[in-house]
Design a protein around this ligand. Sequence first.
Ligand code: NAD
Length: 244
Amino acid sequence: MTKVLINGSKGRMGQALLGCAARMPDLQVVAGIDVGDDLNAAIEACDVVIEFSFHSVTAKVARTCAEHRKALVIGTTGHAEAEKAVIREAARSIPMVWATNFSTGVNTLFWLTRKATEILGSGFDIEVVEMHHRLKKDAPSGTATTLLEVIAEARKLELEKALRHGRQGITGERTQGEIGIHALRGGDVVGDHTVIFAANGERVELTHKASSRDTFAAGALRAAQWVVGRPPGIYDMQHVLGLK
Ligand code: NAD
């Protein structure tokens, strides 16, 4: 029986996690924490913390998990470099699964994007388009950022230099070494991601559309069961799915 604490339990993902966990007989939610609750007081009862709250919260949660030697699953996105550094430091003493997307479909999209980038080569221009609900607080999405990292690595490009966030005004012609990213916001869209590979005379588009947060919740709960008892370090969903 895996004992789980959910941080951000009143949020959209927190609620999806609680719903999915209730259907899993071999997993027990021992605490749900949200703004104003004391993580320190509740953490001892769990084996693993699942963190889906806000980027500025995760570093503190990671430190607390490290102090109490509890495993951690991080789904929160939008971290600044300084926040990432604290999280990485905590991973020296505890195991954590840190993934921008927990769905099996999106992790397949990551794999397909790498393959397509390698096969199609530099003659294809690559643009990423993502759409999310109007309440999402960070852009581009963490999933889109991972897709961009996968593309830049496969193309051997320096991501910071290659990135073009939207386009406006007299931009000049598109250069071969750029990767475009476009973030759309509106309505209740759970999460759509498309990678476009465009060449002269043909175009390949890889698309994933999430229609329910349950797909992320089920993956995060699976990651929680997987990570307990692992050696310290940072794992991602590809490890959990056995793809690495
Ligand atoms: P949300 O705004 O609906 O929920 C966040 C919750 O965290 C809220 O209830 C808020 O009160 C709570 N919170 C804020 N500060 C807190 C604190 N100090 N301690 C405890 N709780 C705190 O957001 P959401 O849609 O549930 O998304 C949460 C995060 O998860 C976002 O960063 C989002 O991008 C990410 N996300 C990741 C995946 C994935 O698969 N990795 C999927 C969906 C969303």
